[in-house]
Design a protein around this ligand. Structure first.
Ligand SMILES: [Zn+2]
Length: 58
């Protein structure tokens, strides 16, 4: 049960509902359940864990 989902906040400032969509829906447009605003799901994950930037102190 490792179904990854993409999380984003509704761009409608009056709504700002937390939306979740399956990763399979990346690059597509979904509608907010609350207000019906169309939300574009980014193809790449917004959160990136890149450890190469940090200076290592060994
Ligand atoms: Zn909304």
């Amino acid at each position: 049960m490792a179904t990854e989902v993409v999380r984003m906040v509704c761009p409608n400032l009056k709504c700002r509902a937390l939306l979740t969509a399956p990763v399979a829906a990346r690059g597509k447009v979904v509608r907010c359940r609350k207000c019906g605003t169309k939300v574009h799901i980014p193809e790449t994950a917004p959160v990136k864990t890149d450890a190469a930037n940090d200076a290592k102190t060994v």
